[in-house]
Design a protein. Structure first.
Length: 52
């Protein structure tokens, strides 16, 4: 359960950091940032699955 909580917090923090970062970037880089966010979200989901 502790691993799940740590993974969840890490995912939330990473998502917030990328959201704030993307709000300061130009529109030409948004697509790349969205791709990176989707990649990170899939990695976080893999961590969730491993904990369960």
């Amino acid at each position: 359960m502790k691993q799940y909580a740590i993974g969840f917090l890490a995912g939330v923090i990473i998502s917030m950091v990328f959201f704030l970062y993307s709000s300061f970037q130009t529109s030409t880089q948004d697509k790349d940032l969205i791709r990176r966010l989707n990649y990170i979200e899939s990695k976080v989901n893999d961590i969730y699955d491993n904990c369960n």
